[in-house]
Design a protein around this ligand. Structure first.
Ligand code: URA
Length: 220
């Protein structure tokens, strides 16, 4: 909830400024925003990943998108470039989005952890715990209609389960104020192209939930 406007300020600001500037003034008073998350993450040393990372990969995309894609954590290219999903898996993610008529300007992309685990190992529980407030704050600010959890790690972490991704995928789960669809990670799809058929079926459900009309074709 936004903090109430402090009545003591009213005498110092013209009435029009009070009405027109509510959002920036609230931000100034300490309300959350994607910019505040970025500044809170600046130079982060909350877990050991800070010792090996090059960049903190906060997230990227439209701040009011109705869809958020969540991966596991930055890989080598993401760590070097400071943006999520810019490597080979990211190129396939672009094609998955294009298959449902979306591009990066229309969606938001983030990861469970914001710093690259060395050698692309799975993030460890203390690292997930240290980073979880940031992903939760991103989701609560964006309030997407749909979250797509990319791969076993993101799906199991967000849904707090050990269930296999092949059992989790293909249905929506309530998650915060959104509906979460687990699907295969694009890196897995690069290694197992036969599973693109199931990922396409998951994305068709996502498109339907968002009211997007899609041509009858699958992920290339
Ligand atoms: N894999 C992920 O899970 N996230 C990225 O940002 C890149 C690759």
């Amino acid at each position: 909830m936004p903090k109430p406007f402090p009545s003591v300020w009213k005498g110092f600001l013209p009435q029009r400024a009070i009405i027109m500037s509510r959002q920036p003034i609230n931000n100034f008073l300490g309300c959350d925003s994607l910019e505040k998350i970025a500044s809170d993450l600046y130079g982060c040393q909350r877990c050991k990943l800070c010792c090996t990372r090059n960049s903190i990969v906060i997230g990227d995309g439209h701040p009011q998108s109705s869809i958020v894609f969540i991966g596991e954590g930055p890989g080598e290219q993401e760590d070097l470039q400071g943006k999520p999903f810019v490597g080979k898996a990211g190129q396939l993610l672009d094609r998955m989005m294009a298959a449902i008529q979306l591009d990066r300007t229309q969606v938001y992309i983030a990861n469970v952890v914001k710093c690259r685990p060395p050698g692309n190992r799975n993030p460890e529980p203390d690292e997930i715990q240290a980073c979880s407030q940031f992903l939760n704050r991103q989701i609560d600010l964006i309030q997407p209609k749909v979250i797509v959890a990319l791969g076993k790690f993101a799906a199991q972490t967000l849904l707090k389960t050990d269930e296999r991704i092949s059992n989790l995928r293909g249905k929506f789960y309530p998650y915060r104020s959104s509906k979460l669809m687990p699907t295969f990670h694009p890196a897995y799809l690069l290694r197992n192209p036969a599973s693109k058929r199931e990922a396409w079926s998951d994305l068709q459900q996502v498109a339907q939930e968002l009211g997007i009309e899609i041509p009858k074709r699958s992920i290339s």
